[in-house]
Design a protein around this ligand. Structure first.
Ligand code: SF4
Length: 304
């Protein structure tokens, strides 16, 4: 087992003392989520990972089910226009993820015969797939040994091992080294650890209400043992939505999703009272490839 290198001095528990309790807790408490079932396959795992970024499970579940029913394989999605992916994305938010998932499906179909590759480098080479998603698919779908660093895992490691309340805003090289050092040596156990530590962060060691009384590693947790020192640095604020360009983009896109043909400018003008912000939001959607301008001041979801 590799020695742990912590970014800051802290009484770090040994990896072995974390694995067994967290894995045992996961055996008992893991949620039965559709993308964790064997029938989900690598495509189901990939779809879920795109949808779950910055989006709670409860909102993802219905869209995920409809998506997989309509497009059970990457080739089925690749055969349709990208605008159909944006339409099916519904109100999940951050709709560029729909375009990226469509782009990945096209590449999987063209380069890999329609099967999601298992090789980490091949996953990483797909459009729209970053380090996190490649590691998540390789680990969750193919049982490989990778550090899968989402916000939940980063928070658990920050608290239990590094001894601080929150991880840095952006993932650092030190966090990656630490997460790799924490991986069990055995491949199957490492894959299970990735899912288990993520679930612990989602259900017990949450951002604002850590439930140490239910935590399987409370006796090891460096942050708890240090008396839970408060986060240093600027206060973490929740994102506001009302009145933002994001909200306007969402309203404009909703009109286009619900239409069955090109939409006139007047229909878009009706969704937001402030013309400068409305125009800026629409320009942004066009620039992002989420909306296609047509002749005569009409718009539609992207056709190609
Ligand atoms: S003991 Fe509390 S702070 Fe530490 S990992 Fe568990 S829930 Fe999080």
């Amino acid at each position: 087992m590799t020695a742990i290198e912590t970014p800051e001095a802290a009484p770090a528990p040994s990896p072995d003392r974390l694995h067994t309790p967290v894995l045992a807790w996961f055996d008992q408490h893991a949620r039965d989520l559709p993308w964790r079932r064997p029938e989900a396959g690598a495509w189901g795992v990939m779809v879920s990972e795109f949808m779950l970024q910055q989006t709670p499970v409860s909102r993802v579940l219905p869209v995920y089910e409809q998506w997989l029913a309509r497009w059970p394989r990457p080739a089925a999605l690749a055969a349709e226009a990208p605008g159909e992916a944006v339409r099916a994305w519904g109100r999940l938010g951050y709709p560029r993820r729909a375009l990226r998932l469509h782009g990945a499906a096209v590449a999987i179909t063209e380069r890999h015969g329609g099967d999601v590759p298992s090789d980490h480098a091949q996953l990483l080479a797909l459009p729209g797939i970053g380090e996190y998603t490649a590691a998540a698919v390789a680990s969750f779908a193919y049982g490989q040994r990778h550090a899968v660093l989402d916000t939940n895992v980063r928070r658990v490691i920050a608290r239990a091992v590094t001894g601080v309340q929150y991880p840095p805003n952006a993932t650092t090289a030190a966090e990656r080294r630490l997460a790799r050092a924490l991986l069990p040596d055995d491949e199957a156990r490492a894959a299970r650890w990735a899912a288990a530590s993520m679930e612990l962060g989602a259900l017990v060691c949450t951002a604002r209400n850590e439930d140490c009384g239910r935590c399987p590693i409370a006796r090891e947790c460096a942050w708890r043992l240090a008396g839970k020192p408060a986060h240093e640095g600027p206060a973490r604020r929740g994102q506001t939505y009302a009145g933002t360009d994001r909200q306007v983009r969402g309203k404009l896109l909703a009109v286009l999703r619900e239409a069955h043909g090109p939409v006139p400018q007047a229909a878009l003008d009706a969704v937001w009272h402030e013309p400068v912000q409305r125009a800026r939001a629409l320009d942004g959607l066009v620039a992002d490839g989420l909306v296609e301008p047509l002749d005569g001041g009409r718009y539609r979801l992207p056709s190609a």
